[in-house]
Design a protein around this ligand. Structure first.
Ligand SMILES: O=C(CO)[C@H](O)[C@H](O)COP(=O)(O)O
Length: 286
């Protein structure tokens, strides 16, 4: 057990956190905000509605967190990558809430896209938008600092190749980014249960990662339902084959962050598709 996980365990035993291991959250700010563990502990205070929990603790579900919102994040995987800035700006102008940037290393998935130099160039063109990088890479720890420097807001990584998930989440937070945990279709949601309390978002893949334009896997929805039932305040993202034809089942299951590639990028009316999907998600939010 590394230091951060040990600290979480100690706090839990001391009754300073909910009994669920991993309740500790690190305070983050927009970009780089290194935060030594001792400082972050001092910053946390009990929520009046949940005395043993920490503010923003999604485990206890009685939090100070804003109610979850419907967010549509187009994946630019199947866009014209030679015109990435223009394509991204068009999506944002058409109502995208964030950009989902698919980073592939040719090892974790059998495809290659781009890395932090490209993201940094994109950030130079697009100053304000929220960037999520979906790290389909074998060693997500390696790219934390470069991606933070490139201006990434949410660093979503696959847990499958990672030995020490706690260490990676801590480093992402120390780099000033939010944490997303991603699982492939073959990974059970129970395998990440102990880490959910330190995550800002969980991504349930609804295709095998690697390529855009694949068919949506409806049999992933029980994972989303389980997450929503157990974590009412958690941001839950789905990715892969999601579009107007499949949005209803994602929203009904409880997903509120929606990645959509082909269906949005390839549409003649991006604004309409984005708006339609957002309305469906909103209709299921309590
Ligand atoms: O992560 C991905 C593939 O690994 C893509 O984000 C995803 O597939 C989106 O594209 P589409 O909506 O066309 O399926």
């Amino acid at each position: 057990m590394n230091f951060s996980c040990l600290a979480i365990r100690v706090l839990t035993l001391q009754g300073l956190c909910s009994p669920r291991l991993g309740c500790l959250r690190f305070k983050t700010s927009k970009f780089r905000a290194p935060a030594p563990l001792s400082l972050t502990l001092a910053e946390t205070t009990a929520s009046p509605s949940c005395p043993k929990a920490r503010p923003n603790c999604c485990a206890c579900n009685k939090t100070n967190k804003m109610p979850i919102q419907a967010k549509i994040g187009p994946s630019i995987l199947n866009a014209d990558l030679a015109n990435l800035a223009a394509e991204s700006q068009k999506l944002l102008d058409n109502g995208a809430d964030y950009l989902h940037l698919d980073v592939m290393d040719g090892a974790f998935v059998p495809n290659l896209t781009f890395g932090h130099p490209m993201v940094k160039c994109l950030r130079n063109h697009i100053k304000e938008a929220f960037f999520e990088t979906h790290m389909m890479v074998q060693n997500p720890e390696q790219w934390i600092t470069p991606m933070a420097d490139a201006g990434v807001n949410l660093y979503t990584f696959h847990v499958e190749p990672v030995k020490d998930v706690c260490s990676v989440t801590r480093k992402i937070q120390e780099a000033g980014m939010k944490v997303g945990l991603a699982i492939k279709p073959g990974t059970e949601v129970k395998e990440i249960e102990k880490y959910i309390d330190v995550a800002d978002l969980v991504l349930v893949m609804t295709v095998e990662p690697g390529f855009g334009g694949q068919s949506f896997m409806a049999d992933m929805m029980p994972k989303v339902e389980w997450l929503r039932n157990n974590y009412p305040n958690l941001d839950i993202e789905v990715d892969g084959g999601v579009g107007p034809k499949t949005i209803d089942c994602c929203a009904k299951a409880g997903a509120n962050w929606i990645v959509s590639g082909t269906a949005v990028v390839g549409s003649a009316d991006q604004r309409q598709v984005i708006g339609e999907m957002r309305n469906v998600v909103k209709s299921y939010l309590k």
